[in-house]
Design a protein. Structure first.
Length: 604
């Protein structure tokens, strides 16, 4: 009877070498024997399970474009679908009309391969011919926030890492690598579902090894839309990490430095991620340039996929990036109905081509969106009125005269950033805006990322609701911002009192004595002491904590998030604050001390 060593190999008998594990073609996991075999013209492919064999088959035989199931046998109506039902359903999806699956990938099983999802063969788009035919130029590589050479990808499916939640980037979560595509990772947050998968480059600063968050002084959070009860998060976290394969720190790469300015020009060609189908990178053109933004238009498509992004976005790449990295690129579509695409893919000269280009049967169906040649919409302009009251948080005199953008969401973000730039209490502004109800927006300030909430924006007039929100939340004049220029403000039109003549010396001395003996204004804590703690609202609780210990003020947003009023404050203990609010032991003990002092008061 053979026995095994701790590493899984068979203990060698005298004069007999040990048996080495064999790696599964798909998951790369080592086994002493592999039960499932897929015969091919290049030799048998061996797998450890039916699931690995099925996943491999999706890429060899093709996966259904609608349901992603394996296409089996010759009973399907098309090589792109597993059934007539799926074909009909898929062709009714307007966002997918005419999309082309450019390659059919197969896993690389050569020794030293960076991962089982790398490409053995692929077909590259003939950019040289396309640039000549369209009489166009490519955007220089210096325009992009990308490495000169595509980074090496040593990740494997199933590895665990830490990633920012793309829907709430203030939270760091545990994520699993679902698949690898060139230098890109498809990630899924543990505790979320497959509908919220997202893609990141291996040299993104939004992914880190397990343990990075704790070393940075943070705490891992459940993803937005966590499927279980929030109280079960610590146990879920323990289970999901127990025995899991952690991505080693050495395979995380530093994010490259980006250009210092927007160097793009209208008409330049590039490769860009399709935001509606983020697994795809497509041929694209710079349609417009506005300040820090560029308008990405996809060649041969009717505008439904176009978007604005910052010039240093990680979703845009120089011409030829896909070919260098082993990532498939989607060729231009067809604006006119019927006819074959003129610009085809060409085989990569370094590798023999196995699979043909798979073209969707819906290629001749076109949706009625506007042509991409249409000019971008005019920008919306917000006027600032420096003579209006900025309140205690905003130095209105330092604001720029106008703020503009074509996107209402981006415009509101710009407005918030301008307020933060002219405030010496930016953290308080962010905390107050984060405690509102409304549409979540992600704001970056001084290298940190915050989530704020503002009224939803569907038309320019909705910005008036945003201005009103600023007035009530931040204490500024409601006319500080508007969609039209104002010559005067009725709310701030208060004349200064006339200057008084200098009094005689004896009166001046009496006046100074009177001022000296006048009572000073009460401190916030003194004022709050007159109100029973049980009657405090959330803001009074925050005011008390900030005034008593300024170092605890950074946790104000947690008290808003968990709606801690005076009655709830008196019930807090260190376990609650650490387990449910995410506080560290030190701040939790300080707050417990404050609560104990409050309980010692005579009236609560």
């Amino acid at each position: 009877m053979s026995t095994l060593n701790n590493n899984g190999t068979v203990k060698a008998r005298p004069g007999r070498p040990p048996k080495k594990p064999i790696s599964c073609t798909w998951c790369n996991e080592g086994k002493l024997s592999l039960k499932y075999v897929y015969p091919s013209k290049y030799g048998n492919k061996e797998f450890c399970s039916k699931n690995c064999l099925a996943e491999y088959s999706k890429y060899i035989k093709g996966a259904c474009l609608q349901c992603n199931n394996v296409i089996q046998g010759n009973t399907n109506p098309s090589k792109d679908y597993c059934s007539v039902h799926c074909m009909n359903k898929h062709q009714k999806r307007p966002e997918m009309h005419g999309r082309v699956l450019a390659v059919a990938p197969t896993p690389n099983t050569d020794s030293g391969s960076p991962g089982p999802f790398q490409y053995e063969t692929f077909q590259t788009f003939d950019w040289e011919e396309y640039l000549k035919e369209t009489n166009s130029t490519q955007a220089p590589s210096g325009c992009f926030k990308q490495s000169p050479e595509p980074p090496q990808n040593d990740f494997k499916a199933g590895m665990k890492l830490e990633a920012l939640d793309p829907r709430n980037v203030t939270s760091t979560c545990i994520a699993t690598v679902i698949s690898v595509l060139g230098p890109r990772l498809r990630l899924r947050l543990d505790g979320s579902d497959n509908k919220n998968d997202f893609w990141r480059l291996v040299n993104s600063n939004e992914i880190h090894p397990i343990g990075h968050c704790e070393k940075s002084g943070g705490m891992l959070q459940p993803p937005l839309g966590f499927r279980m009860n929030a109280s079960s998060w610590p146990m879920f976290l323990l289970k999901t990490l127990n025995g899991a394969e952690m991505a080693p720190g050495k395979i995380f790469l530093k994010e490259p430095a980006g250009p210092k300015a927007n160097l793009f020009q209208v008409g330049q060609k590039l490769e860009a991620v399709d935001k509606k189908n983020p697994q795809l990178i497509c041929t694209a053109t710079v349609g417009a340039v506005k300040n820090e933004q560029i308008h990405v238009t996809f060649d041969g498509w009717r505008g439904a996929f176009d978007y604005w992004c910052r010039y240093d976005s990680r979703d845009i790449f120089p011409v030829g990036w896909c070919a260098k990295s082993g990532h498939p690129v989607q060729p231009p579509g067809q604006k006119n109905n019927g006819g074959a695409n003129k610009f085809k893919l060409k085989p990569n000269n370094a590798m023999p081509t196995i699979m043909p280009v798979i073209t969707s049967t819906a290629e001749v169906v076109q949706s009625p969106e506007a042509d991409t040649s249409a000019p971008p919409p005019p920008p919306v302009v917000i006027y600032t009125h420096k003579s209006c009251r900025g309140g205690a948080l905003i130095d209105s005199f330092m604001l720029p005269p106008t703020i503009e953008d074509t996107s209402l969401v981006d415009l509101s973000k710009k407005l918030v950033r301008e307020m933060l730039n002219v405030s010496n209490k930016a953290e308080k502004i962010l905390a107050r805006l984060g405690g509102l109800r409304g549409e979540e927006l992600v704001i970056t300030h001084n290298g940190s990322t915050y989530t704020i909430k503002l009224p939803s924006l569907t038309r320019p007039m909705d910005l008036e609701n945003v201005f009103q929100t600023f007035s009530t939340t931040l204490g500024c004049c409601q006319n500080l911002f508007s969609l039209k220029q104002l010559t005067e403000c009725s709310h701030c039109d208060i004349k200064a009192p006339p200057a008084k003549k200098k009094p005689p010396p004896e009166q001046e001395a009496a006046t100074s004595t009177t001022v000296t003996e006048a009572p000073l204004s009460e401190s916030p804590v003194t004022s709050l002491n007159k109100i029973p703690t049980g009657e405090w609202g959330i803001e009074e609780v925050i005011q008390f904590i900030e005034s008593t210990d300024p170092c605890l003020g950074v946790h104000a947003e947690l008290f808003r998030k968990h709606e801690i009023d005076g009655k709830a404050l008196l019930l807090l203990n260190s376990d609650m604050m650490m387990k449910y609010m995410g506080l560290k032991l030190g701040p939790a003990l300080k707050i417990c001390n404050l609560v104990a002092r409050l309980k010692g008061r005579r009236h609560l």
